[in-house]
Design a protein around this ligand. Structure first.
Ligand code: PEP
Length: 274
């Protein structure tokens, strides 16, 4: 496969509890990343494309602080979810275009916590994803992954295939393969927040299954998928100690980090390993 820029993404979930704690964490992240840069270990903004892409997903109320504080740091900001409508009588919803206009680069969609606790389905995720792709400049991290029961019953491939075909229904393949606007996050439900990280070979097998499923879902050849700009990242209890083995796998293009992204030093060390 052609070289792909790695991504390290931090999902803060519903944390931290107050704005002042969020601001402290954001400032610590800036300090860490600027220190790296000044030590010449990391690229400056002008040639940031040489290093891994870094994105954090704070809760909505902290997005504008994140965008302001991280400006010029090279760290991008995304929202943890969004609605499927672009405006109108939809109280409580957030439109993809609003997120782009405030400075968000990414939207996280289909996280298993959204599916389990808030009733999101492949069909509703698909509507939100298409809404995001209608907004030029906005990119998506789409989460897929199986439960422990499904894994133990040998259903990984089938679950991934079902989720990808539902979530990517009627999506223009070129947005994914040519423009790389959708990053797939493989997040086995059994590994999220449990401390049970997938082994590097488990992650590799699932990422290979994702590539295989994409050619069916996008109606193209395996070669078109593997030559495409698609990036697949692993999420589930990633720590500074486990990231290296996982990143060594040929089809792992980065990490989606939950718990460990709430500690600026751990998150920076995970960046070091990507
Ligand atoms: C996540 O929330 O996407 C995640 C991977 O969480 P954790 O790293 O805490 O397992």
């Amino acid at each position: 496969r052609p070289p792909r820029r790695p991504i390290v993404a931090g999902n803060w979930k519903l944390n931290p509890p107050t704005r002042s704690e969020a601001v402290t964490l954001l400032r610590l992240l800036v300090a860490n990343f600027v220190n790296h840069r000044d030590g010449n270990e990391y690229p400056d903004d002008d040639d940031a494309s040489d290093g891994p892409e870094v994105v954090i997903f704070p809760p909505l109320p902290y997005l504008s602080d994140a965008i302001r504080i991280l400006e010029g740091s090279g760290i991008l900001v995304g929202a943890q979810d969004c609605g499927m409508h672009d405006g109108g009588a939809y109280t409580g919803e957030v439109a993809p275009s609003m997120l782009l206009s405030m400075g968000c680069s990414y939207v996280l969609l289909g996280h298993s916590e959204r599916r389990v606790h808030f009733g999101e389905t492949d069909a509703s995720i698909n509507m939100a994803l298409r809404g995001c792709l209608d907004v030029p400049g906005l990119r998506v991290v789409l989460c897929v992954g199986e439960t422990l029961e499904e894994y133990e019953n040998g259903m990984l491939e089938r679950v991934i295939d079902e989720q990808l075909s539902g979530c990517l229904n009627n999506v223009d393949a070129s947005a994914i393969l040519r423009d790389g606007r959708v990053v797939i996050a493989y997040e086995p439900v059994w590994a999220i927040g449990t401390g049970l990280v997938a082994t590097p070979s488990q992650a590799q097998a699932a990422h290979a299954a994702i590539l295989n499923s994409l050619s069916r879902v996008l109606r193209c050849t395996a070669g078109e998928v593997s030559d495409g700009a698609i990036r697949i990242i692993y999420g589930g209890s990633v720590t500074p100690d486990t990231v290296l083995g996982i990143m060594d796998m040929p089809d792992v293009d980065g990490a989606l980090v939950g718990g460990a992204s709430l500690n600026a030093d751990s998150f920076t060390r995970i960046y070091d390993g990507t």
